[in-house]
Design a protein around this ligand. Structure first.
Ligand code: PLP
Length: 408
C-alpha cells in the first residue's frame, strides 16, 4: 500500500440528493442544513450554553415532559438503548424485555450485557407483544424494568404504552420505552403516560442528522439510579455524570457534536412550529393514503391489524417472483427514491417504506406510488394502471372531508 495519494483522485464531496423514504434517516428540511453550516463554537462557550438550554426546552416539549434529566446523548439511537439499560440494571436485578423485531431484540441483547437477569417476552414480527404475557412472565418476581419499542421499525408495528404501564406498576417496575421510530410522529406524553425512561433518535421523525439520541428520565428512575449498589458499567453512558454537563453546572463531560446540536435545535423548532397534534395527524393521514395506494395495487401489508400499524414505517410484502433488490435499485436509479428492505427473518420478504418527519408529505406519497407502479411493471408484475395513485387521492379526499367534519 502506498502512503501517497494524488489529492485530485478524490473529488469534492457531492452526495446525491435522494428522497429518503426509508425507516431512517429521513430527508431534512433546508433550514436544518443551514443550521449545520453555521459557525462552530466551543462546547463551553457561554453562547452555546444558551443553545443547550433551548435544546432542552424543545426536547421536553417534544417528549411532553418536565423531567430534569432530559438531554441528547452523543450517540445514535442504539446509545439510547444502552444508556437506558446500563443505568437501570445491575447484578441482582431482573428485566423483562418485549421482543417483536430486530430493535426490541437489540434492547434484550444490550440488557444481557449487564449482570441482570433478562427475560424476553416475544411476539411474532408483525404483531405487538401482549401485555398479558408480560404480566404472566413477571408474576411473583421482583422486576426492575419492563422495556419495549413503541415503534418497532423492522416490522412497522406500533405498541400502545398504557397496558404496559399498568403491568409495570403491578410489578413495581420502571417502564423503558424506545421511541426512536415514533417520537414526533406518534402521540406520546411521557409525563401523563408515566414513562420512566424514554429515548429516541434524531434521524427519523425529527428529521435531523443521525448521531444523537434524545433521552428523558423520570424523577422516580433518577432515584433508582441514585440507589444503585454498584457503579454504572459504562462511564460514557452514566447519565448522572453526563448530566453534569447538561445540568445547571454545565461541567465538561465529553466534547459533544456541537453542529449536530444546532441541527437538532432547528429541526425541533420546525416540529414545535407545526405543533405536535398536527404533526401526529399528518403522519397518520399520509400513511393511510400510502396504504390505500399499496393495497389498490394488489400488494399486501405485513401488519394485518390497522391499529397495530406504525405510521412512520409501512411494511409491504414482496410479491412472489419479484426480486427485492432489483425493485429497490430501480427506484433509486430511476427516481432517486430510497426505500429499505427487510431485516433479520424478514430479509427479502418485505419492503419498508418510511414516511418520517420531513418525508411524510402528500407529494412524496403520490410520487412514490407512481414510481412503484412503473418499477413493478418493468419487473414483470402486472398492476392495475393508476390504481395506487387513484386510491391515495381518494384517501386524501376522505381525510379532508373528515377534517372539515371535525372542525364544524
Ligand atoms: C426502534 C429503533 N430502536 C433503535 C434503533 C437504533 O438506532 P441507531 O441505528 O440510530 O443506532 C433503531 C434504528 O433504526 C430503531 O428503529
Amino acid at each position: 500500500m502506498t502512503l501517497h495519494i494524488d489529492p485530485q483522485s478524490i473529488g469534492e464531496l457531492n452526495p446525491p440528493n435522494r428522497l429518503m423514504l426509508t425507516p431512517g434517516p429521513s430527508s431534512m428540511d433546508p433550514r436544518v442544513y443551514r443550521a449545520l453550516a453555521t459557525p462552530l463554537v466551543g462546547h463551553l462557550d457561554p453562547w452555546f450554553k444558551g443553545c443547550m438550554d433551548d435544546t432542552q426546552v424543545l426536547l421536553r416539549q417534544i417528549f411532553q415532559t418536565e423531567n430534569r434529566l432530559t438531554m441528547p446523548l452523543s450517540a445514535s439511537g442504539s446509545g439510547g438503548i444502552e444508556a437506558s439499560v446500563v443505568n437501570s440494571l445491575e447484578e441482582g436485578d431482573e428485566a423483562i424485555i418485549c421482543v417483536n423485531g430486530v430493535f426490541s431484540e437489540r434492547m434484550a441483547v444490550i440488557a444481557s450485557h449487564t449482570a441482570a437477569k433478562v427475560t424476553k417476552v416475544e411476539a411474532p414480527y408483525g404483531k405487538p407483544v401482549d401485555a398479558e404475557d408480560v404480566r404472566r412472565a413477571g408474576k411473583g418476581r421482583k422486576i426492575k424494568i419492563v422495556g419495549f419499542a413503541q415503534g418497532e421499525t423492522s416490522s412497522g408495528v406500533l405498541t400502545q404504552i398504557e397496558p404496559f404501564r399498568k403491568v409495570a406498576d403491578e410489578l413495581g417496575a420502571l417502564l423503558v420505552v424506545d421511541t426512536v421510530a415514533s417520537l414526533a410522529a406518534v402521540p406520546l406524553h411521557v409525563d401523563r403516560e408515566r414513562v420512566d425512561i424514554c429515548f429516541s433518535g434524531t434521524q427519523k421523525a425529527i428529521s435531523a442528522p443521525p448521531g444523537m439520541s434524545p433521552i428523558t428520565v423520570s424523577p422516580r428512575a433518577e432515584e433508582a439510579f441514585r440507589n444503585r449498589k454498584t457503579k454504572v458499567q459504562s462511564w460514557y453512558f452514566d447519565l448522572a455524570t453526563a448530566m453534569n454537563y447538561w445540568g445547571k453546572e454545565r461541567l465538561y463531560h465529553h466534547t459533544p457534536p456541537v453542529s449536530l446540536i444546532y441541527a437538532l435545535r432547528e429541526a425541533m423548532r420546525i416540529v414545535v412550529e407545526e405543533g405536535l397534534p398536527a404533526r401526529w395527524e399528518r403522519h397518520r393521514v399520509n400513511q393511510l393514503a400510502l396504504i390505500a395506494g399499496i393495497e389498490a395495487m394488489g400488494l399486501e401489508l405485513l401488519v394485518k391489524k390497522p391499529a397495530d400499524r406504525l405510521p412512520t414505517v409501512t411494511a409491504v410484502m414482496i410479491p412472489g417472483g419479484i426480486d427485492d433488490a432489483k425493485v429497490r435499485n430501480q427506484l433509486l436509479d430511476e427516481f432517486n427514491i430510497e426505500i429499505a428492505g427487510g431485516l433479520g427473518p424478514l430479509k427479502a420478504k418485505i419492503w419498508r417504506v418510511g414516511l418520517m418527519g420531513h418525508c411524510s408529505q402528500k407529494p412524496y406519497v403520490l410520487l412514490f406510488l407512481a414510481a412503484l407502479e412503473k418499477t413493478l411493471l418493468d419487473q414483470g408484475l402486472r398492476v392495475p394502471s393508476g390504481a395506487g395513485v387513484g386510491a391515495a387521492v381518494q384517501s386524501y379526499a376522505q381525510a379532508r372531508t373528515e377534517a372539515v367534519g371535525v372542525s364544524r
